[in-house]
Every structure is written in structure tokens, then in C-alpha cells.
Design a protein around this ligand. Structure first.
Ligand code: NAD
Length: 460
């Protein structure tokens, strides 16, 4: 667990407990001055054309890709995920910059619309100062997907990254800031106290990614002043395995998506509903696959899953698991206990709907199995949650499509994970999202839409 000492955030490697670095915490009473600087800087930034803003940001992409090895290593040391994934996260943000910026230019370019009488133009103006508040599980891509659309829409940004991964966010922002006018992007550090003070400050948009509970607090605080909010929240994603599924493919997906990032992914597979005819075969294959996963320090060669972010997150997972086992779930597999912040990869069979591990987000490396008798039961139980981020269905395409249209999640994958094609938004339904990002409609949420109209010259 990162330590706070004497107004300093001390960032610890979750694999070793060693200090990775330290940063000063932003005193809450300095936030109004930070917002004022952001507001002044935003004026000039907003006056630049969309194309000029993109041109300013564009060289950041190759610079980040060139620094990917260094910042990706920092990412792994601070957050724990395996090195290829840490470096890949940094490289991915950098190498996709042209596609990212071009998509944002297309989304934010004025759009004409007319009828027989009126000619209108929809324009996408800046909102002003954007507070970007981000989590630790993708400590570079979450800031990236918050800061980029906000900047491209002509806002200035104050980024408050997670107190669990401040160094990697600072490294990302330092590089990006070197391509931007002063104060167009600023970073502040701290925990919920700083986050709350930023939400309460004179900002115009709050773009938040994090837990459902924090999202609810932010919505409540922002409501009194009707600030714009975009909330990307937690999930409890189901996987449905039909009796005509390719069991090997379904088990491969379940192993990858339950254990990746030690289960600390918003779209991790957290509930698996398997039709009873194939339940034993699916479980047995999943256990075999789980046995092959290499757990350890993400900096070591060949490691596929690292530690949990800290002891608090591990204790949360342990508590849910112990509760499920005492209520009758059976441990079908548990990997070696490496101690420290590591949680064994676990396959849990015979879970039940009322267990906390099935109701609340786990965010840990546990694959929870339940049997269902038919498609209708699978749909009802998969939808039995206030969350609605992603879902996956494995089975014959036509049947899976019918089920997909009945799912209450925002993103549904058929024989794959939930992510959509390039250009589609990342969207949570129900209590997993309040607003969304990416894709044309996602980018537009970072802007104020205005409609300018005049009569057609030949209008009657
Ligand atoms: P969190 O809600 O605890 O913290 C997120 C951020 O909010 C941190 O920067 C934190 O300091 C700040 N914060 C805490 N309390 C605050 C308050 N009262 N006001 C303002 N800011 C506050 O979440 P976390 O543990 O950092 O991240 C894990 C969660 O994020 C999981 O629920 C996960 O599913 C979710 N997540 C969602 C997505 C998505 O795309 N939907 C992506 C990644 C993570």
C-alpha cells in the first residue's frame, strides 16, 4: 500500500514493497489557484483550430512510443502488471496517436444539418476546465483516454491520477506537457480528499473513471452546481457458455479474462454461467489452463500475472472468497500462495447468486462458475446485477446473437471479449456508466454542442 508521509506520496512496488519514487501531495488549498491557471490557459488553447491543437499534440505520439520501454518499466514497477503489458500500454497510447487524433477531429468538426426551411450547423465548443480523475489499473491508458478527448475539444485539463500510481501518470503528463502551452495540462496528486476538492472546485467537466461508489459521490457533489460529468465505473461482467460453444475457445477466454492483470480489469470476467451439459468439461479445461499461468514479479521474464495492487485490494478479494466458500462454493483450483500482495489464481465452482462474490465487483483473479439449464435462465441470471459494463457469450453465432440482444450490458462480445471495432465507444450501461468515452459520440461528450441556424435562402 502506498504510504503518505509528511505531505509526500511514497509509491511502492506491489511485487517487492520497495519504494519506486515519491511525489509531493497537492495541498487542497492550492486547488483554486490551479483551476485559475487552467482557466487562463484554456482561453488561448480554445482559440486554436482543431487542426492546430492536433498538430501540437501529434509529435507526443512518437515521443511516447520511443519512451515506452522506460515508462512501461516504471508502470510495471509501480503497478505490478507484467513488463510486456506495461510497455505495451505505453507503446499502444503512443503508436495510436494519429488514429486517435484523426477520430477526434472527425467527431468535433462542425456538422451541417438542414431541412426544407432551415440550415443548421452543429458545433462542438470547449466546456472550459476539465477535471480528469483516474484509477490505477491501467495507469497510463486511463489518463490518456481522459486527457486526449478533453484537450482536443479545447478544454484545459487538471489530471488527478490515482494515489496508487502517481509516478507513471506524472511521467505521461510530463512528456505530453512538453508539447503543450503552459498550464493547458496540469497534474495534481493525492487521494480522495484531493479528488473531492477538485470536484467541488470551479471546474466545468468532471471526467472520472473508477469505482461505482466514488462515481455516485461525484455525481451527488457535482449535481448541486449542475457540472457536466462523464463517469466510467466498475463492472461485474458475465460470461455465458452455451452447450454448443467451442469449449476450448471458451475456456481459453475465461482463463485469460479472469486472471489478466490479476483480475484488476473493469471488464474482467467475474461471473461464468455454463450450461449444465458442458459444465464439467468447461471447468476441467479451465483448471488445466489456470495451472499453466505463471504468476510472479511482473519484471521477471515470462511472468503472465503479477501481484494485486496492494494489501487492501488483496484483503477485499480474500474476504469475498472466504464468504463464498463458507456459503458452499467449492475451490476447484487454487494456485500456489506466493504471499505478499499476490493472490492465488482461483477457480471457484458452485457459486450462487446471493454470494457477495457474485453481487459485488471482486477485481481479483477468481473465476466464479455457476450452472444454468437453458438460454433463458442464462439471460436472467447474467442480467441480475446493477452493473452493466461488458458481457461475453460463447456459442453458435445465431443463438449467441439472440442472447446478446437481451443483455443489459453496454458492450457484448460474441465468442470474444466485449471491446468493439475501432471507432466504437467504450460504454457502460446501468450503474457502470453515466456518459461514456471514445468513438464519435464519446468524443463529443467532452464538448458543448451548440446549434447555429438560419433560414434557407429559398425557404417559403
Ligand atoms: P476509486 O473509485 O477508488 O478511485 C478512482 C479515483 O478517484 C482515484 O484517483 C481516487 O483518488 C479518486 N477518488 C476517490 N474518492 C474520491 C472522491 N470522493 N471524489 C473524487 N475523487 C475521488 O477506483 P480505483 O480503485 O482507483 O479503480 C478501480 C475501479 O475503477 C474499479 O471499480 C474498476 O472497475 C473501475 N474502472 C472502470 C473502467 C471503465 O472503463 N469503466 C476502467 C478502469 C477502471
Amino acid at each position: 500500500m502506498n504510504r503518505i508521509e509528511d505531505h509526500t506520496l511514497i509509491s511502492l512496488n506491489p511485487a517487492t514493497g520497495e519504494e519506486v519514487g515519491r511525489l509531493p501531495i497537492t495541498p487542497v488549498d492550492q486547488i483554486p489557484a490551479i483551476v485559475e491557471r487552467a482557466r487562463k490557459a484554456q482561453v488561448g488553447w480554445a482559440q486554436m483550430s482543431l487542426q492546430d491543437r492536433a498538430d501540437a499534440i501529434r509529435p507526443f505520439g512518437p515521443a511516447l512510443a520511443a519512451a515506452a520501454e522506460e515508462v512501461g518499466t516504471l508502470l510495471t514497477r509501480e503497478m505490478g502488471k507484467p513488463l510486456p503489458q506495461g510497455i505495451g500500454e505505453a507503446r499502444g497510447c503512443g503508436e495510436s496517436i494519429d488514429r486517435t487524433l484523426d477520430g477526434m477531429i472527425a467527431a468535433l468538426t462542425p456538422e451541417p444539418m438542414e431541412d426544407a426551411n432551415i440550415s443548421s450547423t452543429m458545433v462542438f465548443d470547449p466546456l472550459g476546465v476539465c477535471a480528469g480523475i483516474t484509477p490505477w489499473n491501467f495507469p497510463m491508458s486511463m489518463p490518456h483516454w481522459t486527457v486526449m478527448p478533453a484537450l482536443m475539444a479545447g478544454n484545459s485539463v487538471i489530471l488527478k491520477p490515482s494515489e496508487k500510481t502517481p509516478l507513471v501518470a506524472q511521467a505521461y503528463a510530463d512528456l505530453l506537457m512538453s508539447f503543450l502551452p503552459e498550464d493547458v495540462l496540469q497534474v495534481m496528486h493525492g487521494d480522495g480528499e484531493q479528488g473531492k476538492a477538485l470536484v467541488d472546485a470551479d471546474v466545468n467537466l468532471i471526467a472520472f473513471t473508477g469505482s461505482r461508489a466514488t462515481g455516485a459521490h461525484i455525481l451527488e457533489s457535482a449535481g448541486s452546481s449542475l457540472k457536466r460529468v462523464i463517469l466510467e465505473l466498475g463492472g461485474k461482467d458475465p460470461l455465458i457458455v452455451l452447450d454448443d460453444a467451442d469449449i476450448e475457445a471458451a475456456a481459453q477466454f475465461a482463463a485469460a479474462n479472469s486472471f489478466r492483470n490479476a483480475g484488476q480489469v473493469c471488464v474482467s470476467t467475474e461471473r461464468i454461467y455454463v450450461q449444465s451439459q458442458v459444465a464439467d468439461a468447461f471447468r476441467d479445461r479451465l483448471v488445466e489452463l489456470a495451472k499453466e499461468v505463471k504468476v510472479g514479479d511482473g519484471c521477471d521474464e515470462g511472468i503472465e500475472v503479477g501481484p494485486m495492487i496492494d494489501g487492501g485490494q488483496k484483503a477485499h478479494v480474500e474476504k469475498q472468497l472466504a464468504g463464498a466458500v463458507s456459503d458452499g462454493a467449492q475451490v476447484a483450483f487454487k494456485s500456489e500462495d506466493l504471499g505478499g500482495n499476490y493472490h492465488p489464481l482461483t477457480v471457484l465452482d458452485g457459486c450462487q447468486e446471493e454470494m457477495e462474490i457474485i453481487r459485488e465487483e471482486t477485481f481479483g483473479p477468481i473465476a466464479c462458475l455457476m450452472q444454468v439449464e437453458d438460454d433463458a435462465e442464462a439471460v436472467v441470471r447474467a442480467n441480475n446485477t446493477p452493473y452493466g459494463l461488458g458481457a461475453s457469450i460463447f456459442g453458435s453465432s445465431e443463438r449467441a446473437h439472440q442472447i446478446a440482444r437481451q443483455m443489459t450490458a453496454g458492450m457484448v462480445g460474441i465468442n470474444k471479449g466485449c471491446g468493439g471495432a475501432s471507432g466504437t465507444p467504450w460504454v457502460g450501461a446501468r450503474q457502470s456508466g453515466y456518459g461514456f468515452h471514445s468513438g464519435r459520440d464519446g468524443h463529443r461528450q467532452f464538448a458543448q454542442l451548440r446549434v447555429i441556424s438560419e433560414m434557407q435562402p429559398e425557404a417559403p
